[in-house]
Write a protein that binds this ligand. Sequence first.
Ligand code: UGA
Length: 456
Amino acid sequence: MRYNFLLITFCFFSLNAHNIAIIGTGYVGLVSGPGLAEFGNNVICADIDKEKIERLKRGHIPIYEPGLDQLIQRNVKNGKLSFTHDVGQAIEDSDVIFIAVGTPMNEDGNADLRYIKAVLKTISEHMNGFKLIVIKSTVPVGTGKWASDQLQKWGINKQKFEMVSNPEFLREGSSVNDFLRPDRIVIGTESEEANYIMNDIYASAFKDGALPLNTNIATSELIKYASNAFLAAKVSFINEIANVCDATGAHVHTVAQAMGMDHRISKHFLKPGPGFGGSCFPKDSQALICIAQKKGISLPVVQASLITNQLQKIKPIEKVKRLLDATSLENKTIAILGLAFKANTDDVRYSPSIDVISVLQDERAIIKAYDPQAMENMQNIFPDITYCLSPEQAIENADAVIIMTEWPEFEKLNLKKTKSHMRQPVIVDARNLLDIQELKKAGFHFATMGNGMHMQ
Ligand code: UGA
């Protein structure tokens, strides 16, 4: 059997260009598919959402992700990349199936595997030959084994497939670069042959310097959660330090800079802000707690990082109140600059702006919001607030401005002009974007994260 497998491997995979199906065209699939095509593989991206696929075929990219349109265009043009809504056909036409569907958070904090299960079922119905099944979605430890058991339960012979875990480490907003030039590529399998094929699929990235990490499936699955929970804790840590800086007169930027000079700490993910958001850190930290809980293990550090994050998200409101010397923001006009959970994305999932807007609504404030990319997505959550066409329009007659996302265009705000259009000169810069000296010069009452309150 092993010989058979090697033979099959040799026939199908010795040409270097593998036939790959990517199931799911969300943030992960839509970057991984074109990325694997760029590495020289033949890729078909499949999704049951027919309308989305039709739009992709017409060249319309459904998400905002810098560089993605060129990557897709280039690989469609050279015949390496195509799209289909016929998931079954894509599976039959491919030797390697990457599963890149969502694993959202359940109400109890566990990852919801219903979309993974649906894809596995479709795979089981289209097994026309040996398939390597690669889980790229973030899934709890043990999912690879569970998927294998599930397929066998549906009558698929274990000789007909091999499972692989290949987590992604893509940051929204820079995911094209993260995919094409990754620090490391983690490959978890229980089979040498599957490992060989996976290393071949990524050969071009390894040639460019990416480091391979070959391990078993469970380890690979845990690496993803451990990495995200660690980075999330790092952000919560610096946010706590920023709060201490606010209270003591220390400067958080310098504290973080000096911490980062120690290579054991590193300078990355030490920027204070209004708390982490996005579809990954909150969900994966919570899922890791659930995974451990099932084994009777508690994770107080990870838990604390989530608690700190929840408190951090409403810090901008506390700061506005202090600057306005108000106990309530009723009837105050607040301009929110930035709705996306970070810059260079249109994603608002778990964005701190959601918490800030909710509190402002509870307090009956008048909310004017602007974001260069994320307003359409936020309109689905808050249809009733005022969305503005520019930062200037949002600022007009505002009692306070809160910068929630680090979009470069907010850095260039003309502070003198801004002040002249506001009812009161109050800014909370929750991303430490603006120059403190310039804010002072323009005569603002302002607060940043970790540099104290400045009342003129
Ligand atoms: C994160 C990880 O960085 C990726 O490696 C991972 O693949 C991805 O999750 C995922 O699991 O799919 P992402 O959520 O897109 O990527 O964005 P990050 O750049 O990691 O930022 C996460 C949050 O932390 C954002 O809200 C950001 O504003 C915040 N953050 C980040 C800070 O507040 N300070 C920092 O110094 C860094």
